[in-house]
Design a protein around this ligand. Structure first.
Ligand code: ADP
Ligand code: MG
Length: 189
């Protein structure tokens, strides 16, 4: 099954020396894909450029290699799909499409606040997948800010409650890899 990965990166391309806040041990554990069999979640938090999407893709790629079905979608694509489905009256079909794969990767949650419809569909998907369908989320926002992302503190709490129950969070700190060479050249402090 295809995941429509935005690009192919594996953990072999990842420089753990550059990002010491990431536990290589936990990354390796995630790559075993046991979390998928157990319906657990992996959350990657941190500022732009620290490797969240790279690792999410690596995990999805490994899942596909091991024969799991996986779907990769950005928060922006989710919002657009929700609007389209609402117009066509096919929201139920959308929820089941996002509930079905063994693994779903939702990339870039929090870069913009969700509209009410998308926030509600997001909650439905998280509820349906809870304890059986694995999820990977990446976000540039800390959990404290998710109320603002979902436009509703109660909804954000309900989502986080389910997401975090069986999960590992990678709290990535440090510099953007994209700025690495610019920094060396003295363009950035
Ligand atoms: P984020 O999703 O956190 O904004 P990305 O995962 O898109 O960041 O990383 C930005 C770019 O830098 C990508 O091309 C990615 O492959 C690369 N990159 C990030 N961190 C590392 C790292 N530690 N080692 C190797 N490449 C990295
Ligand atoms: Mg990213």
């Amino acid at each position: 099954r295809r995941a429509k990965l935005p690009y192919t990166k594996t953990v072999h391309d990842f420089d753990f020396q550059f990002q010491p806040s990431i536990s290589e041990q936990r990354v390796k554990e995630t790559l075993t894909c046991r979390f998928i069999a157990n319906g657990e979640n992996r959350l990657l938090l941190g500022p732009p450029g620290v490797g969240k999407t790279h690792l999410a893709i690596s995990f999805a790629f490994e899942a596909l290699t091991k024969g799991y079905s996986a779907l990769f979608i950005t928060a922006e694509e989710m919002a657009a799909e929700c609007r389209k489905a609402a117009q066509k009256g096919t929201l139920n079909r959308l929820v089941s499409r996002w509930s079905r794969p063994d693994l779903i990767v939702m990339d870039e949650v929090g870069y913009f606040p969700f509209d009410e419809l998308t926030a509600n569909i997001f909650f439905q998907v998280v509820s349906k997948r809870y304890e059986h369908g694995a999820m990977i989320l990446t976000s540039n926002k800390s959990y404290l800010e998710w109320g603002k992302v979902f436009g509703d503190e109660v909804l954000a709490t309900a989502i986080l409650d389910r997401l975090l129950h069986h999960s590992v969070t990678f709290n990535i700190k440090g510099d953007s890899y994209r700025m690495k060479d610019k920094k060396k050249a003295g363009i950035f402090p």
